[in-house]
Ligand binder design. Structure first.
Ligand code: C5J
Length: 220
């Protein structure tokens, strides 16, 4: 059986059931003036993974494998934004407030867009999600089922929030999940390291982790 070099052991890949899911590579998390920055984070860390995320996307496209993009965002009337989410913490700008890139994390605003280097192409699925996990209040589960996808390679941000939440949701739904280490990032390097360790602990209790080069070599 084909396998991708991974931790804690080789990932038993089935190419006809495999897709890449790129989580929330949006300007609001990666650029000054966006949601991430409004929470006091150093957003420059996010920009550094763009070349590796791009390589992964291109590898999947070249191999003819599905690429799915997610975006954390809300309706302009905020009807899908619970007060408990909007009121959390003490940010400079809250979700829905007008910022330098438009309203924070609102559908259709410039700051909510996926980074241009990683923009979806025609035919790729885009999941707009109001939660941290991509299965909550979206059609992702049905789409994966229709396409016969049972294995997901994960990239995107932030490792310990939307990436890990979605991996855990997927794992509980029976998907085999593989995190691409260089293609994910956190504002906190220690949280990224802890998430990688947690995911692959206890015999891949949530999933596997692998290097981008090893994933690309396998699907080439
Ligand atoms: C956060 C995300 N960190 N995409 N969202 O609020 O991880």
């Amino acid at each position: 059986m084909a396998a991708i070099k991974a931790e804690p052991f080789a990932f038993p890949v089935k190419y006809d059931q495999l897709a890449l899911i790129v989580i929330d590579m949006q300007r609001d998390f990666a650029e000054p003036g966006g949601f991430g920055a409004s929470l006091g984070n150093d957003v420059s860390r996010i920009g550094r993974i763009v070349p590796d995320v791009r390589r992964l996307i291109q590898g999947f496209r070249y191999a003819g494998l599905p690429v799915i993009h997610t975006m954390e965002c809300h309706r302009p009337d905020l009807s899908d934004l619970p007060p408990a989410k909007r009121n959390r913490g003490n940010p400079v700008l809250r979700i829905g407030d007008e910022g330098p890139m438009g309203r924070i994390l609102i559908r259709g605003e410039p700051g909510t867009a996926i980074l241009p280097e990683l923009a979806p192409i025609n035919g790729e699925v885009i999941i707009e999600k109001p939660g941290k996990g991509a299965f909550y209040a979206t059609g992702l589960g049905e789409i994966l089922q229709q396409k016969g996808i049972k294995q997901l390679v994960f990239a995107g941000v932030t490792t310990e929030v939307c990436v890990q939440t979605t991996m855990r949701e997927a794992n509980d739904r029976g998907y085999e999940c593989l995190l691409a280490e260089e293609a994910t990032e956190s504002y906190f390097p220690e949280f990224k390291a802890a998430t990688i360790a947690m995911i692959r602990a206890q015999g891949a209790i949530v999933g596997w982790t692998a290097h981008v080069d090893d994933i690309l070599e396998s699907i080439a």
